[in-house]
Design a protein around this ligand. Structure first.
Ligand code: DGJ
Length: 736
């Protein structure tokens, strides 16, 4: 076979136009990976290879190495026994589709190169364009599909996945995240065997409480953190999704990911195009951590809103005062966070409502006016107090929602999601309902909530955007009867449209995606949001597990992580402040408690943590993550580290996860350092009476990566201060 990969790509990039002839092999390369496709005109698109980077001249041999190759985007109809990525009912009722390539186009999108393989049905004017985006410097390839109906009438899309990847049958393990409210992102590891493993979501709004729309596939047996080949996949979509792996009799694990089509068949009118969400794929031979680093770097630089800006250290009012908001309490909290070195105060739920004051969770959503009984000087008064204290000010809203006890609902009952002839299904507080974002009037309303706040109070620095209800009944009062199945998808089209408008008008305000805790940790929302709330559970011990799982796909800069009170409000566990701080510092540090309830010693520990976090913030927020010892391995300890890209500075976290007398804990070799560099060790957040034996000592990266350091099992504090918890944060600075 003639190898024409380079020439096709080079010519295509130069011309930015369609290539109908000779478009055979496409080698989409990133610094470390290749996706090789056979895009021969007149044939369906085939995937030849995805993995370690291969040179163009290796492709003919590579091609000869397998017995057969799969379609890169399988469609339903002919030989319908297997699963398909696309299933369609054509305008005339024909349920079969058969596509062939009509051309390949390559175009520049800023720095990125987008390769589009255009396919058309053999008999219908029905087009399926499969797209691949490659960004220079990133080991992630984004793929998505544009489906266009040029037939005489409407076409129904029954399934419309974003992407498909065949993985050769073998000792392949799946790592996925599963949880629930206050216990998000538990890591599940399982070998793939015959049959279907499905991961799906049907919440409607919050798609990462239970299952997550991202997976890792370890190709060399049981997943390892820093060795072995791993394929990672992240579906960038905030709505209902479906990821499944069908392991059949053909020596293949078939991986599919896309919108969950259940109750969502989509009617495409003549001339309309349906664009699927993007599926981000990565490959690494450096284990799970390697794949995570690929996602982090790609996401921070290309997807996360303001991914290059350091995040502020904040105090959030929720667990400190819940709904008991008033001017004095807010002022006290601002003073307290300022005195501890914090940079931002966020006023949570409970500040709004006129006719219906928001005193508990059963009213007022939708009525975004200040409750002047609680805050006589309004938001401006709070902004003045923040300014006086030298901290920025943030505010909580839940714009996609209403309560039936609200002025908004009284005026516009037609704005909510509700099925005809059914009673309104209500959620939180017995009165919460969801606004129908498929309705352009609701989109305007949601835009105006944010726009009015930011226009009236431009000094607002941060918005916590919450969403505390799922779609509770399938019905849109806006969509026509024949398009009710569009609700889930059109909700998110409306949501994204509104977010686009908000960001165009207010590009600088930091916005957190919160959804009853970690319900919106997904790359589908992060282009508009700067971070997500990881969980409503701030228990430091449980957070080690949840943040571990979250870090598979999301960088620390986006993962809000707060020091909260002890006993913890969810688990009632008592954990010393030092341990709570050491856990929170491994993400985007914040506090969530009433500082007035802290004694002087705890306050000093928090102030110390804030000061120390400022030193390591660039390493945690922009560095490379190396996970070392998983809490899920139940070895009694968990550990990870962040290293700067230059490998001149690093921070090592070590947390004991259980306590037994004279426990035998493994010594943990480090990773990611430069073997030839020397690093000086400094303990951060130190509470011990005497320094650790290796404090101030210098070690080569080689030694630290081969051996690690022996960490004492307990703090070295006065007898009465001993606790059953123990943790360490060590900074490793290059000695020049
Ligand atoms: C749920 C969020 O997850 C909490 O942090 C808090 O903001 C409450 N909503 C407020 O109602």
């Amino acid at each position: 076979m003639k190898n024409i990969a380079k020439s096709v790509l080079a010519a295509a990039i130069a011309m930015g136009s369609w290539h109908g002839i000779n478009a055979e092999v496409i080698n989409l390369t990133t610094p470390g990976t290749s996706l090789v496709l056979d895009a021969s005109v007149g044939q369906p698109l085939r995937i030849l290879y995805y993995g370690e980077k291969v040179a163009d001249d290796e492709i003919p041999a590579l091609r000869s190495s397998a017995l057969y190759y799969r379609d890169a985007y399988p469609v339903y109809g002919l030989y319908p026994q297997g699963e398909a990525a696309l299933s369609v009912t054509h305008a005339d009722g024909n349920r079969t589709t058969q596509v062939e390539i009509t051309g390949v186009e390559t175009k520049q999108e800023g720095d990125a190169t987008v390769t589009t393989v255009a396919m058309r049905d053999k008999v219908y004017p029905f087009d399926v364009n499969v797209n691949y985006r490659v960004r220079p410097g990133y080991d992630v390839i984004e793929t998505w599909v544009d489906i266009t109906n040029n037939e005489k009438g409407a076409v129904t899309l029954n399934r419309f996945m974003s992407g498909y990847l065949p993985v050769r049958y073998g000792n392949v393990w799946l790592s996925s995240l599963y949880g629930t409210w206050a216990n998000e992102t538990n890591v599940t590891e399982e070998p793939l065997s015959h049959g279907v493993k499905m991961i799906k979501n049907k919440d409607g709004l919050r798609n990462s409480h239970t299952a997550h729309g991202e997976v890792m596939l370890s190709l060399d047996g049981k997943p390892q953190e820093n060795t072995g080949r791993v394929i990672g996949a992240a579906l960038c979509y905030p709505g209902n999704y479906k990821l499944f792996i069908d392991t059949d009799d053909s020596d293949t694990h078939h991986f599919y990911a896309g919108i969950n089509e259940e109750n969502s068949e989509y009617h495409l009118k003549k001339g309309e195009t349906f664009t699927t969400p993007e599926l981000a794929l990565t490959y690494s031979h450096e284990g799970l951590s390697g794949a995570s680093r690929n996602f982090h770097k790609w996401g921070r630089d290309n997807r996360l809103h303001a991914g290059d800006k350091e995040r502020k250290i904040l105090l959030n009012s929720w667990e400190g005062v819940y709904f008991n908001i008033n001017e004095d309490v807010m002022a006290g909290m601002m003073e307290d966070i300022a005195s501890m070195g914090g940079e931002l105060f966020v006023m949570d739920d409970g500040w709004f409502g006129d006719k219906y004051p928001r005193n508990v969770d059963n009213s007022s959503l939708g009525d975004w006016v200040v409750d002047t009984r609680k805050l006589p000087h309004g938001i401006n008064g709070l902004l003045d107090t923040a300014k006086k204290n030298g901290v920025a000010f943030g505010i909580w809203i839940e714009p996609e929602m209403a309560n039936t006890t609200s002025e908004l609902y009284e005026k516009h009952p037609e704005y909510i999601i509700k099925a005809p002839k059914r009673d309104v299904v209500k959620g939180r507080g017995g009165t919460q309902v969801v606004l129908d974002m498929s309705n352009p009037k609701v989109q305007d309303l949601v835009f105006e909530i944010v726009d009015t706040l930011m226009t009236k109070y431009p000094a607002i620095d941060y918005i916590k955007w919450d969403a505390n209800a799922p779609v509770m009944e399938h019905g849109s009062q806006y969509l026509t009867a024949d398009n009710q199945s569009h609700l889930y998808i059109d909700y998110h089209k409306g949501f994204v449209k509104t977010l686009d408008r908000i960001r165009a008008a207010h590009p600088h305000v930091t916005i957190q995606a919160c959804a009853s805790g970690g319900g919106r940790a997904n790359w589908g929302v992060l282009p508009w949001f700067d971070e997500f709330w990881t969980s409503d559970n701030n228990d430091a011990l449980q957070r080690i597990y949840m943040q571990w799982g979250t870090s598979y796909f999301f960088p620390a800069i986006a993962m809000a992580s707060h020091i909260s009170a002890s006993p913890n409000h969810q688990t009632f566990r008592r954990i010393p402040t030092k341990f709570r701080a050491d856990v929170a510092m491994s993400g985007r540090l914040g506090l969530e408690m009433q500082p007035k309830d802290m004694n002087d010693e705890d306050r000093a520990i928090c102030a110390q943590a804030i000061a120390d976090y400022k030193k390591i913030r660039p390493i945690v927020q922009f560095g490379d993550l190396y996970r070392l010892q998983s809490p899920f391995d139940k070895k009694g300890v968990a550990s990870l580290m962040y290293v700067t890209p230059e490998k001149d500075d690093a921070v090592f976290f070590w947390w004991k996860t259980e306590t037994f007398m004279n426990q035998q804990l493994p010594r943990i070799p480090m990773a990611g350092l430069d073997p030839d560099k020397k690093y000086k060790v400094t303990e951060l957040n130190r509470i011990d009476n005497r320094p650790l034996p290796f404090e101030g000592k210098e070690f080569t990266g080689k030694f630290l990566m081969a051996n690690g350091l022996d960490i004492p099992l307990t703090y070295r504090v006065d007898y009465h201060k001993n606790t059953d918890f123990s943790s360490r944060v060590l900074r490793l600075t290059e000695v020049k």
